[in-house]
Design a protein around this ligand. Structure first.
Ligand SMILES: Nc1ncnc2c1ncn2[C@@H]1O[C@H](COP(=O)(O)OP(=O)(O)OP(=O)(O)O)[C@@H](O)[C@H]1O
Ligand SMILES: [Mg+2]
Length: 586
């Protein structure tokens, strides 16, 4: 628990930045504690001076004071609740942003391994949990502790013997709270696990609703849903029952304490008349009423303590997980920013493995500015991997890669990618308009520039036939566009950067003949007059290139122009048979 509390320190830099929270801590918390401590004392004066002393003036004065303090304490508590909630929400927002940017910046290898989707989803629920725990638990606990200390001080001022009587009960309360909060923590955790399972299943069913309908599997899906739903309800009931029982037990302890104090009072008063007249002053009717009020005030927060401690434990788990992800510092290195790119690229004896086993084995080639290079080879031979290294998605290769004479490992990754135009093999479109998807990598790009890029990529034809043109909204990853149309959008997206080095990873999936013709023409205009690396599957593309590298199992096995390689009748010739069959529509 102590080690856990140290976790709260991690939040401190975020909380400290918020002036509002500092205002609560500095002014409101002592104020609430002070006001609530004074309240029973005013009650005592009202009774002793006003009622018993038959002083109407004092009675009115104290009654007014009592009302005033109650209103002020109420206002201070409300203000504290609002301000602390705002501060927590702000902190969570900052942390959430930080986590998102951090995870996005982590190496591709991290995302390959750790199911980053699941990780981020979990972190999202951790944020909700943290925000709730902080609002309901931690921050109000600080106020509660301040009030508790105030009450004890008030009790000791009134009568230290009675105060001691009332406080001997505290260790018992501590034990009870500790015991229940352990159970509550387990119950809350179970409920969270169950709701996560229920949500996951619901999502799976909604996603696969067609499959369920086609398999007529509604009944078994409903059955499983019912089981998960029941488990969640049972888990919630566990925590509700524990919470209510603890509340009742603590209420009982509060009553016993009250009885104990009254019993000591009675004993004291009886004794006083016999041997100890000194008790007399201290034990006025006002003191007794004030004591009863203090005891009630003392137990009010204690009854909530078990619940809050369980929440606090939950918050610690969340903090651990969120900061655990933030502590992963796996980013691709590099600081150097180039003002522009000519496009002179050299791979020198480059080898690379994702995990076990070399995927690239001793690759060397050079590409001069203005030339075009085709990479061809069987599926899985390592062509896309070459591009991923060039884009610094992965590091940890052996050998050297230089770009315009600069060692690639020194270049700043984001800056480098700004200078490259890469059309990846798998095209991902985002929710938003076509214009948004084209201009994605260039914040502040003009509409004219987007339209121009669409024209250069031959995407303007189909876009102009859409009802809203560039403003047409792309649905669910482009499900309202054909494969070829998505390809053309990816070309436009690359061209909008007006790049000096274009890298095209041609999609292998086959498309209809008409789209094939459009794509071929678009590809040719994309490649014309630029420095390009193209991972090619179409003969028309390959023929256009100055140089061709044939890759097999991570090695360069042949290189040359189309005519030279055909004449060799080797690996390229064998591949060529395949090209000729699938890729030459006319
Ligand atoms: N993220 C990854 N983690 C581990 N192994 C990978 C990863 N990406 C690719 N590989 C492996 O590396 C090898 C080369 O993959 P790469 O994607 O470079 O092939 P490719 O030549 O582009 O194939 P294709 O023509 O099918 O696109 C394959 O054996 C593949 O299984
Ligand atoms: Mg590939």
């Amino acid at each position: 628990m102590i080690a856990d509390i140290a976790d709260l320190r991690l939040l401190w830099p975020y909380l400290r930045a918020d002036k509002r929270l500092m205002i609560i801590a500095g002014i409101l918390i002592p104020m609430i504690s002070g006001l609530e401590t004074v309240l029973p004392l005013v009650l005592k004066q009202t009774i002793d001076h006003g009622i018993l002393g038959k002083d109407t003036h004092a009675l009115l004065l104290y009654a007014a004071l009592y009302l005033g303090i109650i209103l002020a304490a109420y206002a201070a508590r409300s203000l504290q609740a609002v301000v602390s909630s705002l501060a927590v929400l702000r902190m969570i927002k900052t942390l959430r942003e930080k986590l998102f940017l951090h995870v996005m910046g982590l190496k591709a290898a991290f995302h390959d391994q750790s199911m980053s989707g699941a990780l981020v989803t979990r972190a999202t629920s951790d944020f909700d949990n943290l925000s709730e725990s902080l609002n309901m638990g931690v921050l109000t606990s600080v106020v509660d502790v301040a009030v508790l200390v105030g009450c004890m001080a008030g009790m000791f001022t009134l009568n230290w013997r009675l105060a001691l009587c009332a406080l001997v009960i505290l260790p018992v309360v501590g034990g009870v709270v500790q015991w229940f909060s352990k159970g509550l923590k387990a119950a809350m955790l179970l409920a969270r696990i169950k709701i996560a399972a229920l949500n996951a299943f619901t999502q799976e069913c909604l996603y696969g609703h067609t499959t369920i309908k086609l398999l007529t599997a509604e009944v078994s899906a409903e059955g499983k849903y019912d089981v998960l739903n029941t488990q969640y309800r049972d888990a919630q009931m566990g925590s509700v029952v524990l919470d209510a029982t603890m509340f009742a037990v603590l209420d009982g302890i509060a009553s016993i304490t009250l009885g104990l104090v009254l019993w000591v009072v009675v004993a004291g008063v009886t004794k006083q008349s016999l041997t100890q007249p000194s008790w007399g002053d201290a034990l006025s009717a006002g003191v007794i009423v004030a004591f009863v009020a203090y005891i009630q005030q003392l137990f009010e927060p204690l009854k909530q303590l078990g619940n809050k401690m369980a929440m606090l434990q939950g918050a610690f788990t969340s903090i651990d997980r969120i900061f655990g992800v933030l502590a992963k510092g796996d980013k691709v290195a590099g600081e150097l920013k180039l003002p522009a790119l000519r496009g002179d690229l050299v791979f020198e004896r480059v080898s690379f493995a994702y995990g076990e086993g070399l995927v690239l084995d001793d690759i060397s080639f050079a590409l001069k500015s203005g030339e075009s290079l085709a990479l061809v080879g069987a599926t899985g031979s390592g062509k896309s991997t070459i591009v991923k290294l060039l884009a610094k998605l992965y590091d940890g290769y052996q050998g050297t890669i230089t770009l315009d004479g600069h060692d690639l490992s020194l270049l700043e990754p984001h800056d480098l990618r700004q200078l490259l135009a890469i059309v990846p093999q798998d095209i991902v479109l985002f929710d938003g308009t076509i214009a948004f998807n084209i201009g994605l990598g260039l914040p502040g790009v003009t509409r004219e520039r987007i339209a121009e890029a669409a024209r250069q990529a031959s995407a303007d034809g189909f876009i102009s036939r859409l009802p809203l043109g560039l403003d047409e909204v792309i649905k669910e990853q482009g499900s309202n566009l054909s494969h070829g149309q998505r390809q053309l959008l990816a070309f436009a997206r690359a061209l909008v950067k007006a790049p000096n080095l274009v890298i095209l990873d041609e999609a292998t999936s086959s498309i209809d003949r008409e789209s094939e013709g459009i794509i071929q023409r678009a590809t040719q205009s994309l490649l014309k007059g630029r420095t390009v690396i193209v991972i090619a599957h179409r003969l028309s593309t390959i023929r256009q290139c100055d140089n061709i590298l044939v890759i097999d199992k991570g090695r360069i096995v042949e290189s040359g122009t189309h005519t030279q390689l055909l004449a060799k009748r080797g690996a390229y010739f064998a591949l060529y048979q395949g090209f000729a069959e699938v890729a030459e529509p006319s």
